[in-house]
Design a protein around this ligand. Structure first.
Ligand SMILES: Nc1ncnc2c1ncn2[C@@H]1O[C@H](COP(=O)(O)OP(=O)(O)OP(=O)(O)O)[C@@H](O)[C@H]1O
Length: 247
């Protein structure tokens, strides 16, 4: 089996707080992998380690067999952070052009990619407006377009659909599924939206810096004797609470 991401015994603390505890996980190429867990459980910290934005205290992360951090890998990883990192005084188009210029891409391809990404997130009509005049949802959409700009093999999206209306959310998910099915991309998403979690091929449930369980949506429903994903989430929380009390 080919893995896009291999995480081995990764731990990370901030000061005295252990945020990730001995996490090991392999993410198969060509799958959509979801990370779910309560706020503060360590999802963002874990995805930042995959991108190489932060270092683990212990353990290793490999992406496409290369040890992270590795500058060469950035060409292959599209990352959408939870907080938007955009140039507010530039237009949407200028932002896209700037990020496209960071990657090795002929000009004509950059223009095509900008048109594709803007269309996907329905920003084509607003591309010449300054980002300072964008709404929160428009900024999220622009951040998603930027993550796709270099046509990366691996997409890492930290809560990509927050602030995005249901219709566009559906379009975005359809495109993520197409990217996986037709182009073999690997897609990692963190989400609090349980119906999004159910669209993933595989899900890791994170709690208190550990992976409580991982598997397909059906496997997790069976494990937690749940009919839907809201129940999976709640039952997993109850179970981990009971375990921590009995320890
Ligand atoms: N740079 C930092 N310095 C200190 N503490 C941090 C830092 N980054 C994260 N933390 C802490 O690490 C813990 C995990 O944060 P993280 O952002 O990974 O959680 P999360 O699961 O992504 O949460 P959410 O769902 O709310 O985005 C939190 O307690 C947070 O306060």
């Amino acid at each position: 089996m080919d893995y896009s991401v291999e995480i081995e015994s990764v731990s990370k603390s901030f000061g005295k707080k252990a945020v990730l505890k001995e996490i090991s996980l392999n993410i198969e190429e060509g799958k959509i992998y979801g990370f779910i867990g309560p706020s503060g459980s360590g999802k963002t910290t874990l995805v930042k380690l995959m991108v190489g934005m932060d270092d683990p205290d212990n353990g290793t992360v490999h992406v496409f067999k290369e040890k992270v951090p590795n500058l060469g890998l950035l060409q292959h990883i599209g990352y959408m952070a939870q907080s938007d990192a955009l140039y507010l005084s530039l237009t949407g188009k200028e932002n896209l052009k700037f990020f496209a210029s960071l990657y090795k891409m002929p000009k004509s391809e950059a223009a095509e990619r900008i048109a594709y990404a803007a269309d996907l997130v329905q920003l084509t009509a607003d591309l010449n407006k300054r980002v300072s005049a964008y709404s929160g949802g428009m900024k999220r959409r622009l951040s998603l377009a930027i993550a796709l700009i270099q046509n990366p093999r691996l997409l890492i999206l930290d809560e990509p659909t927050v602030g995005i209306d249901p219709e566009l959310r559906l379009n975005i998910w359809n495109e993520l599924l197409r990217l996986k099915n037709e182009e073999g991309k690997t897609i990692i998403v963190t989400t609090h939206v349980m119906d999004e979690a159910e669209r993933c091929d595989l899900i890791a449930m994170i709690r208190d810096g550990r992976i409580l369980a991982n598997g397909t949506p059906d496997e997790l429903k069976e494990l937690y004797q749940a009919d839907n994903f809201d129940e999976v989430f709640l039952n997993a929380g109850r179970k981990s609470h009971e375990n921590s009390r009995s320890n």
